[in-house]
Design a protein. Structure first.
Length: 256
């Protein structure tokens, strides 16, 4: 369901993708049968790569096979533990949101470039701020390497940072401070499209979701609070970005 606080960006021209897709700037979504957004309800935000061909045609994100896997549907009978959302019964415990690092389809479903990621990430930041303003706590789940690049190489960038998806697993359950001062707790896992191609990695997703489950239950704590560094983009960019604080030892992680 589209919410007013999570607007579409149909007039965006920040990169070249608007010239090749039908649905420009597809908005983030709230899953309707999850808990209604409210201050006393925790939020979980799943961040994917970018809309695929079917999403571009439908004008809505996460409607294809990968979307079904995230929401909890079994795909070809291969998913055995409820998918990302239903595997830990998130609909009855949190307001669940779906979004993407890049808001437009890439021709031939090509992986978004670094330039396209950098141009679009400010929309993700804006949505996270809106969600964080509405909820008492927010957990962010990065799905796949594009989402990880958007987070660690644009939002929370450090000179020479070479964070990969698997290295990001070691930072699961860390807290990050947004420009507003609100914090979100970060988790990373494999992208559902990767699981469809490599079902053996489904167990790793289960373990990552189990960490999120423990966080929501209060049995795992966030251990770091680095400050955000905004991308140099006219939407939200400050004149001089602040510096990251030092990071303490990482939380327990899941080896792939």
């Amino acid at each position: 369901m589209n919410l007013p606080i999570l607007p579409a960006q149909p007039g965006c021209t920040n990169c070249d993708l608007h010239t090749g897709c039908k649905s420009v700037g597809l908005p983030s979504l709230w899953i309707e049968n999850s808990l209604a957004p409210a201050p006393d309800v925790p939020a979980v935000v799943f961040v994917g790569q970018n809309p695929g061909y079917h999403e571009d045609v439908a004008g809505e994100i996460f409607v294809g096979k990968t979307g079904g896997l995230v929401r909890g549907a079994s795909v070809n009978g291969k998913w055995y533990d409820g998918g990302y959302v239903d595997g830990i019964s998130l609909r009855t415990r949190a307001s669940v949101y779906l979004t993407n690092t890049v808001r437009c389809w890439t021709v031939a479903d090509a992986k978004p470039s670094a330039k396209q990621i950098k141009a679009c990430v400010p929309y993700l930041l804006s949505d996270l701020e809106s969600i964080a303003a509405l909820h008492r706590s927010v957990s962010v789940v990065l799905m796949g390497d594009v989402a990880v690049k958007g987070w660690f190489k644009v939002l929370f960038r450090t000179k020479g940072d070479k964070t990969s998806l698997k290295k990001a697993f070691k930072r699961n359950a860390h807290a990050y401070t947004l420009p507003s001062g609100r914090t979100v707790t970060l988790f990373s896992t494999f992208h559902p499209a990767y699981i469809l191609r490599n079902i053996n990695y489904a167990h790793a997703v289960d373990l990552h979701m189990s960490m999120l489950d423990r966080h929501l239950s209060g049995t795992i704590t966030s251990v770091s609070t680095p400050h955000i560094i905004l991308p140099r983009n006219p939407i939200t960019c400050p004149a001089k970005p602040s510096k990251l604080t030092s990071s303490p030892p990482p939380s327990p992680s899941v080896a792939s």
